[in-house]
Design a binder for this molecule. Structure first.
Ligand code: MLC
Ligand code: AMP
Length: 513
């Protein structure tokens, strides 16, 4: 290996010279310096290294958000293992699938879930299960405390895996997107420059990131945390998004990132005004479409033009509205912006040929940000790439004459609710197994808070009573993450189908919106 490409090293080399400066601060009054990040992640990395795992071993983590959860991520990078974050909403069946599929050697869970998670983990060959609470409790930190607070970060090549992020599949089960140290490093560098992150050395002008996103997906873990770690910026670390808490902290921050639901909820707060945003430099939105009305209302109330960007688990960020330039002119509502430097984006027709500007087609992407493939799914990986190496995003859109990308829909059957992805096929599978159900269709309908809400339409089995809405919802809540559970269930006598026999979900969406 010529040069060490371990992502942690990239961050550590840029930590502020004054290691006693604040890196993370919480509303509860906790304060972590850059030195603390270095030493505490070293202790956990020493613990992981002592387990004698094989290179490339997976560390699967389902814990509540806390600064220590971020330290565990950094420690996993330092030890040269692969981080596998899991949404805290996932239930037993979902966790069992991920653990069975990824075969992690180490599983870290919340203390209250130890019983069922450890059973799944050990049944599937995991060697170690640790616990980590959001209040610094649990066996992970107890064990790590016995180890030293220095650690020689393990060198990694750019193509070595850093993380696996599971994204639900349109057909079948979730796929693990394999992201390398090189993928994450290139995106971090590009976004640092593109969004004009300030260095702390810039005499009193360093950025302060108000971090309210969960840290088990691309947005909160990579885009937000990486930006702050790479630019040596302080993070105000909220355990979850709460509009009032965000307003309370905003006057001390300069950058905020969120899904559109965060902006909708902030706008519902009478306290959102220019004064609380007086030190803000940048508001960023992504993970789901930002409505023009939200963009306009936010600008009117705060004087800030939200910068919308577009990304996905397989590619991290690929397109963004510009930061530099006259915000009101260069950041445009209804567009996700222009391809990021080093990233090539194209729009092609059904025949795979590039579309003319203004013509709608499939969005494809190529670049150092694009993942290495799906974990142990070579055929699926091959299907999702074109012969000339572009990844098929499954999003449908167009370029306008100024080179801005507009997303107009998705060729994948996907619902995005409050920034979380829900694949109808998965939910339909669970509903179809229920007593009294002949078949079902799951659709997304506009929702004022979540952008889209999950709705189920069911056809009862002939001669038996249809299960009522409550029964369907309660049964699903036992089996799948809450955000996937339909907010409403409608009963119909039959599903509309086209001549090919395919369910016409557009008609259902019109009827039940
Ligand atoms: C929670 N619920 C949701 C939901 N979140 N339902 C639908 N969609 C969601 N996103 C459920 C709860 O379990 C609860 O169910 C009910 O809805 C009401 O909950 P709430 O109290 O309003 O929810 P809250 O805890 O406030 O969470 C909402 C939220 C959260 C918007 C703050 O979902 C969130 O932080 N979303 C961000 C997602 C994110 O980080 N996405 C990035 C993916 S990366 P019940 O039954 O108990 O009433 C990606 C790539 C990219 O996409 O480009 O960034
Ligand atoms: P995920 O698989 O969770 O990474 O979700 C990625 C998907 O989120 C993309 O393929 C898009 O469909 C969607 N997405 C992300 N950002 C935006 C955005 N700004 N506007 C519209 N859709 C978005």
């Amino acid at each position: 290996m010529t040069q060490d490409a371990n992502l942690y090293r990239l961050f550590a080399e840029r930590f502020p010279a004054d290691k006693s400066a604040c890196a993370i601060e919480t509303p509860e009054g906790l304060y972590y310096s850059w030195g603390d990040l270095e030493h505490a992640s070293a202790r956990i990395a020493n613990l992981l290294a002592s387990l004698d795992l094989t290179p490339g071993a997976r560390v699967a983590v389902q814990v509540e958000k806390s600064p220590e959860a971020l330290l565990l991520y950094l420690a996993t990078l330092r030890a040269g293992y692969v981080y596998l974050p899991l949404n805290t909403a996932y239930r037993e069946g979902e966790i069992a699938y991920f653990v069975e599929n990824a075969e992690p050697d180490v599983v870290v869970c919340s203390p209250s879930n130890f019983g069922w998670v450890s059973k799944i983990a050990f049944t599937n060959g995991a060697k170690h299960v640790f616990t980590l609470g959001d209040d610094r409790t649990g066996s992970l930190l107890e064990r790590a405390a016995w180890f030293g607070d220095t650690f020689e970060t393990v060198p990694r090549a750019p193509d070595d895996l850093a993380a696996i992020l599971y994204t639900s599949g349109t057909t079948g089960r979730s796929k693990g997107a394999m992201l390398s140290h090189g993928n994450l490093a290139s995106n971090t560098r590009v976004l640092h420059a593109f969004w004009g992150w300030r260095e702390p050395q810039a005499e009193g002008r360093g950025d302060v990131l108000l971090h309210a996103l969960p840290i088990f997906h691309v947005h909160g873990l990579f885009v937000a945390s990486h930006a702050a770690l790479y630019s040596g910026s302080k993070m105000i670390w909220l355990s979850k998004f709460d509009a009032r808490e965000v307003l309370h902290q905003l006057p001390r921050a300069t950058v905020f990132m969120g899904v559109p639901t965060y902006y909708v909820r902030l706008l519902a707060e009478p306290g959102l005004n220019r004064d609380v945003c007086r030190h803000m430099r940048l508001f960023i939105s992504g993970s789901a479409p930002l409505l023009r009305e939200t963009f306009d209302a936010f600008s009117e109330r705060t004087g800030h033009t939200i910068l919308e960007r577009y990304g996905m688990s397989e590619t991290v960020m690929l397109v963004s509205n510009p930061y530099h330039g006259d915000a009101a002119k260069v950041r445009r509502a209804g567009t996700v912006g222009v391809p990021l430097p080093e990233v090539t984006v194209r729009v092609v027709g059904d025949d795979g040929q590039p579309s003319a500007d203004g013509d709608i087609g499939h969005i494809q992407v190529k670049g150092p940000n694009v993942f290495a493939g799906y974990w142990r799914m070579p055929e699926k990986t091959a299907e999702e790439f074109t012969g000339d190496g572009f990844f098929k995003t499954g999003d449908v859109g167009k370029f306008d004459e100024d080179g801005y990308v507009h997303i107009v829909g998705r060729s994948k059957d996907l619902i995005i609710s409050g920034g979380y992805n829900v694949y109808p096929k998965e939910i339909e599978g669970f509903i179809d197994e229920m007593d009294g159900v002949a078949e079902s269709a799951v659709i997304g309908v506009p929702h004022p808070d979540f952008g889209e809400a999950v709705v189920a339409v069911i056809v009862p089995r002939a001669g038996v009573p249809a299960p009522d809405e409550r029964t369907v919802i309660d049964a699903l809540k036992q089996r799948i993450a809450n955000f996937k559970v339909p907010k409403r269930v409608h009963v119909v006598t039959e599903l509309p189908r086209n001549t090919m026999g395919k369910v016409q979900k557009n008609l259902l969406r019109d009827r039940f919106k």
